[in-house]
Design a protein around this ligand. Structure first.
Ligand code: ADP
Length: 247
């Protein structure tokens, strides 16, 4: 327990440091983005247009990264709302349709009668996006990606499983996968913050996130979230027994 506490404290200060930098850096990026957008408009028919577009795109990637850092550091406030996991999964499928590439077969398996959850939509989307991008990276020569929802009325949880048929993880990698800044991807490829961020987002609302992975078989990331949610300001519309089980 003492070791867990020390680990938690270490992660806390890491998060605050990263979040502080991300916050300031985000402001700088906003200035770069803003002026690059203005330039892109003014230079619309100029031969420099591709250069300006490169700045616009790099600034957008930078914003994505600082956003990840802000969520990881928990500095980003949560705006809980009532969400349907099936809708989130369907929206994600539509969004990913074009970006995943033709060699990835994407399917969704949606449970009927799924109770709602309460949490910050964009944080949940970030969790799902991180898992999907990891799945994509694990299947460089193609494969199957499945997003499945299910309900577990007995304990008051709903689940979201992201399964790929990719390279999988060795037990050593799986054991460290949730560590902040742990990555097996090359420099500039991975930040090592995807699963650490997901862990923070999911556990903050009383959920769990676990991995089931085997080399050469693939990986399932299982996210379990309390039905009805745990947002204190907004009492969840569920029976008291369910609320107690989900807390
Ligand atoms: P990043 O993706 O930036 O490396 P993550 O925290 O998302 O950071 O993941 C940490 C590591 O866990 C990855 O570098 C990879 O080795 C492993 N990993 C995560 N998801 C998968 C997956 N679906 N298949 C195989 N390995 C994975």
């Amino acid at each position: 327990l003492e070791q867990q506490l020390r680990q938690a404290e270490r992660l806390d200060s890491l998060g605050q440091l990263a979040g502080g930098i991300a916050h300031d850096f985000n402001n700088i990026l906003a200035v770069i983005s803003g002026y690059a957008d203005v330039l892109a408009e003014e230079l619309e028919n100029s031969p420099c247009q591709p250069d300006v577009q490169a700045i616009v795109q790099a600034a957008a990637r930078g914003s994505g990264l600082t956003r990840q850092l802000l969520i990881f550091s928990r500095l980003e406030p949560s705006r809980p709302e009532t969400l349907d996991l099936n809708t989130i999964a369907t929206d994600m499928q539509r969004l990913l349709g074009r970006t995943l590439g033709e060699d990835i077969e994407l399917t969704t398996e949606l449970a009927a009668d799924l109770p709602p959850i309460t949490m910050d939509r964009s944080k949940l989307e970030q969790v799902l996006m991180n898992a999907v991008m990891n799945a994509r990276a694990a299947m460089p020569s193609g494969g199957r990606l499945t997003i499945a929802t299910s309900a577990s009325p007995a304990d008051g949880f709903v689940s979201l499983a992201i399964t790929d048929t990719g390279c999988g993880m060795t037990p050593e990698v799986a054991a460290r996968a949730f560590e902040p800044f742990f990555t097996t991807k090359g420099r500039g490829q991975g930040t090592g913050l995807g699963l650490a961020t997901a862990y923070g987002v999911v556990t903050d609302v009383g959920g769990t996130i676990t991995l089931d992975s085997e080399p050469d078989r693939g990986t399932t990331v299982l996210v379990r979230l309390p039905a009805g949610g745990t947002a204190p300001a907004q009492p969840a519309p569920v029976a008291p027994a369910d609320a107690a089980a989900g807390a």
